[in-house]
Design a protein around this ligand. Sequence first.
Ligand code: IPD
Length: 274
Amino acid sequence: MTAANLGDGVSAADLGELAADIAREAGDLARRRRAEGVALAATKSTLADIVTDADREVEQLIRERLHRERPDDGFFGEESGAARGSSGLTWVVDPIDGTVNYAYGIATYSVSIAVVEGEPDPLSWQGVAAAVCAPALGELFTAARGEGAWLDGIRLSVTEGNPAGALLGTGFGYDPATHEGDLALVRRVMRMARDLRRMGSAAIDLSYVAAGRLDGFFERGLNPWDFAAGALIVEEAGGAVSRFDVDAPRPLLIAGGRRVHDRLRAIVEGDGSA
Ligand code: IPD
């Protein structure tokens, strides 16, 4: 479906502006709450998987604004769950991606907002527009389908790799039981890497791939709200994003410029020559 078919005269670029505006407002709130001190609200899947009061408050702000401005759209958020809409569009929201960084006072956290078209399922949905706001870094990454990806007015473009090897980002799940497997994957991927970064927010990792600050990214076990916005930002910056083992408990996502993406894919698919 093209931007012209989004309904009520709205374009992907319009939705991108709305996503950016809400992400900015939500990012300001997150940064203010961080300055006031962080209260842990709960743990989720494991002790290390936390949610702060700010996660909930920021998601509520985003959800209420979207409900006011786009009442027919669906919503799918990390903290407050899903609600189906009637417009065929769904907003996929991580109010604070990188909550552990946020709790520790590390600046690398973000508000991630995507709007997708189709069933609210990452296997079939199509990204329409996205915004990733990193308020403590003062950066806003945006994309709209067919319109490119942008960082504060500068058009983004993925790298084509580097003869010295790829600078790669990755992340690890919160469950210690998965660390061995994740480290085994790191060991295999390192043969194509010049070095590895672990930023702590998948939305920022993906935005950095789009900006050419990383050549590629891979992580197992991401949730849809962690990557919905970042994946569109990578694609609109000319990159490729793929998911593997989608029926397994921890699917693998890889992203990068086409060359780096394809080398990553060859490695994860077990081609020893890659
Ligand atoms: C987490 C971040 C982190 C990634 C974890 C995610 P959250 O999201 O994206 O970088 O390694 O897998 O769960 O829980 O902070 O929203």
